[in-house]
Every structure is written in C-alpha cells, then in structure tokens.
Design a protein around this ligand. Structure first.
Ligand SMILES: Nc1ncnc2c1ncn2[C@@H]1O[C@H](COP(=O)(O)OP(=O)(O)OP(=O)(O)O)[C@@H](O)[C@H]1O
Ligand SMILES: [Mg+2]
Length: 424
C-alpha cells in the first residue's frame, strides 16, 4: 500500500460558525475496492487471491447499479408480515437506552420486524433454525453479496424478519474467522436506533453466519444512484447524515471501549422505509485504544474502502476514531454531490469527488457541485455551504485537526435547525 500524497491545499474563511481551517488535505486511492491488506505481501485476503480484497461489485457494475437491485430481491411481503409489523418507539437516537422495542409509530421502525423481536445479545442459532428461516438458503431470498459472503432475507420462528449473512469458510482461512469473531464481539455489545441490530450468530464447522436486523429500503448508495422521480431530497440527506453521526458518536463513546467502525461508506448505510439510516457492517470494527492509557491502536493491517480511507491511518497504521471522522467527511460530500467518492470515468480533476468538491468550495463555487437533481434553493445552498465547511474539517490530513464525531453531529443538528427555518 502506497503512502498517500496530499493532493490539494486549500484556505478558506469560515462562513458557518463551524470554525475556519486552512489546510492541505485529501488523498485518494486508485479504485473503489475494499481493502484488507497487510504490510507483508505474502499475506492473503479472505479470497486467497490478492492482498487487496476487491469488493464484490466492480467499479463498472457500481456505476450502472441503481436503486433497482441487479437481481430480484424478495419483496417485503415474502413473509406476509404486514399484520404483525412492529415499530420502534418514537424517540430520537438515545445512546442505546432502548432495551425492548414496542409498538408505536417511529421514523426509525423497520416495518418487517415482529413484536417478538429477539433482544440484542449473544444469541446462538442452530443450523436448523437458519435453514428454516432462509428456506434452505433459497436463492429467491438472496438480497445481496459482499465481502463477507451472501446475504439472505429470512424469517425466524417468532416472526422476526432478519438479514442472514453467510460466509462459507471453505478454504480454512484463519483471517475470515478473526473477522467473524470481531463482528460478533462488537455486534453483541451495541444497541442503537441508528445501528443495525444484532440478533445472533452461528459458527459450526465451516459455516459462519450472522443474523441481524433486516432493513427494508436498500442502501444509501442505491438511493443516491437513482434517477429522476426517486431523488433523495436535501432534507432527507441531512437527516441521514445526522443519523449516521449519532450512530458513530455512540460507537466512539461506547461505555466499555470506544469502537471504531472502520468502514463507514454509503453502501454500509441501510435505509428504513421512512428514509432514516441504520449503519451496518462491523466486520472491520476493532475496539479502539484505551483512551485512559493514551495508547492508540497500531495495526499492520489496513482495512476499509478506497476513497474513504484516512490518509494518516494509511501512512502510520495508527487507528483512532478520527479515521471514521475522515470517512464521514467523504460521506458528507457524497450526500451533497450524489457522486461516488471515486468516479474513474470523469476527467482527472473531478475523479476524486471530495477533492474536487472541496476545491470548488474553497474557490467559492460550491454550488457547481450540488447534485444536479437537487433544487438550487436558498435553503439548500446555505446548508450545502455549511456541510462543506464541516466536511473540510473532517477531511483534514492530520487527525488532530478533525472534529470529534460528537461535534460533527452537533454541527449537523444546528445546520438542520437553520435549514428548517429557512425552508419553512
Ligand atoms: N441488514 C440488512 N438488511 C437488508 N439488506 C441488507 C442487510 N445487510 C446487507 N444487506 C444487503 O446485502 C448487500 C450486501 O451486503 P454486505 O454487507 O454483505 O456487502 P457490502 O456492504 O456491499 O460490501 P462490504 O462487504 O464491503 O460491506 C447490501 O448491499 C444490501 O443490499
Ligand atoms: Mg455492507
């Protein structure tokens, strides 16, 4: 893995109260691949092919994919669950205080979950339960495929609709086991309205299976890729940014240890029917350093997705919460522009979306980067400027210049407040 090069220097006066920064920033990686590489070239990825684990979707596929999935997904009615649908209580992100979900309207409710939904925690499933839930891994229930394996929609005995992620560890790759254990350990502990809920797991022989909350409305990336008629409006994008901000703040402020997500990206943000966000995929999560000891986690493994990777983490292998903040900055730019972090088919100066957008912003031309499908209203334009101001800070090359995730969430809250007042 190459050390990053700082590609741009920008200087700008603050216009939003989020503080001004002058910095050189931004780096880029050559593709949208998912990285799972090590410092030693002999080390193999889970696929056993290359140290750089290529994401299941190629860049080309990613470009043509829209909200309509490439293969038929099971409909939300496949399990006939409308009658016993359940919704979470109508509360904002609460830092995980909600222990048991009950009936009641909520913007966060995943419509397909039963009121008998399992509690989060260490729930071990049997193979029989999994076979039953997925109708023997019926291809008609396949909803996706990623670095971990195939994802199925399933229904548990008690009616809970779930997503079942199945990795088949056929090549006795130790690495997969470690990743699996990592995901399980993290998921067991966390509970937050904006994080995909963990229901349980199964590890038997070569089978590695994770059962999580089914989130019914696709990924943020799929929504951003959509054409006219399905455009995610500016207010929804702002709400999603805040939801993600809350979720990551919760992880970073987790009571036992800060938890670093390590793979914040638009395809790991799942949306409910009400377009609220739930952050998924803690396969790359690692417990952060013990902040009291002041130590930082140093690893020889670099994980994450190109285009979202913190340049300082890439060059030092020191992992801190601020790596998530960097990825969040990339995500903010994605929300405003609708573009992917890396757009290889564009002319060179527009290929790295965050670099392009930040340069336009610092030159006073931010409006040119606003997703063309969004209205150029005063409210949108002003909020866009403020979001960019925040993104610029998140994308600072050195982590000590980046805000905390909590600060990001607070700033987004105030941006939304002003936005609502102006938009009326
Ligand atoms: N909890 C879930 N609820 C509903 N659909 C899901 C859920 N988890 C995953 N999916 C679907 O399965 C697809 C694959 O997910 P997966 O997390 O395995 O891979 P990915 O996010 O595309 O890539 P990566 O392995 O880099 O995270 C997602 O794009 C989404 O469409
Ligand atoms: Mg994922």
């Amino acid at each position: 893995m190459k050390s990053p090069n700082s590609l741009f220097s920008g200087r700008r006066r603050s216009s939003s109260g989020t503080g001004s920064i002058s910095s050189s920033y931004m780096t880029h990686s050559p593709s949208t691949s998912t990285y799972s590489s090590t410092t030693t070239s002999s080390n193999k990825s889970t696929s056993g092919q290359n140290p750089v684990k290529i994401a299941a979707k190629t860049v080309a596929e990613a470009f043509v994919s829209c909200f309509t999935p490439p293969e038929p997904k099971p409909s939300s009615n496949d399990f006939g669950d409308s009658s016993d649908s359940f919704k979470a209580p109508s509360v904002a992100s609460d830092g995980g205080s909600e222990k048991r979900r009950s009936r009641g309207g909520s913007i966060y409710g995943s419509e397909n979950n039963s009121i008998h939904a399992k509690e989060a925690g260490s729930v071990k499933f049997t193979m029989g339960e999994i076979y039953k839930a997925t109708r023997n891994f019926s291809p008609s229930l396949k909803i996706g495929q990623g670095g971990f394996g195939i994802v199925y929609k399933g229904r548990l005995e008690d009616g809970t609709v779930v997503a079942i992620k199945r990795a088949k560890n056929t090549i006795h790759d130790k690495h997969l086991g470690v990743e699996f254990q990592s995901e399980v350990r993290t998921l067991e502990k966390i509970e937050h309205l904006n994080l995909v809920k963990f229901y349980g797991y199964l590890e038997r022989g070569e089978e590695r299976i994770i059962v999580v909350e089914y989130v019914p409305n696709g990924t943020l990336r799929e929504h951003l890729d959509c054409g006219p008629g399905n455009v995610l409006d500016f207010a929804s994008r702002l709400d999603i940014g805040i939801d993600v901000g809350h979720a990551i703040t919760y992880l970073h402020m987790y009571t036992d240890h800060p938890i670093i997500h390590r793979d914040i990206k638009s395809s790991n943000i799942l949306l409910t029917e009400n377009l609220r966000a739930k952050v998924a995929d803690f396969g790359f999560a690692r417990l952060a350093a013990d902040t009291e000891s002041g130590a930082t986690h140093v690893s020889t493994q670099v994980k994450g997705t190109a285009g979202y990777l913190d340049p300082e983490y890439l060059s030092t292998y020191q992992l801190t919460e601020k790596s998530d903040v960097y990825s969040f900055g990339v995500l903010l730019v994605e929300l405003v522009t609708g573009r992917r972090p890396i757009e290889p088919k564009r002319e060179i100066k527009e290929r790295i979306t965050a670099r392009w957008a930040m340069k336009k912003f610092t030159n006073g031309d931010a409006i040119l980067t606003l997703d063309p499908r969004l209205e150029r209203s005063a409210a949108n334009s002003l909020a866009m400027e403020k979001i960019y101001e925040l993104a610029l800070q998140c994308l600072a090359p050195h982590r000590h210049n980046r805000p905390t995730m909590r600060k990001c969430a607070e700033i987004l809250w105030s941006i939304r407040k002003d936005y609502r007042e102006l938009a009326g």
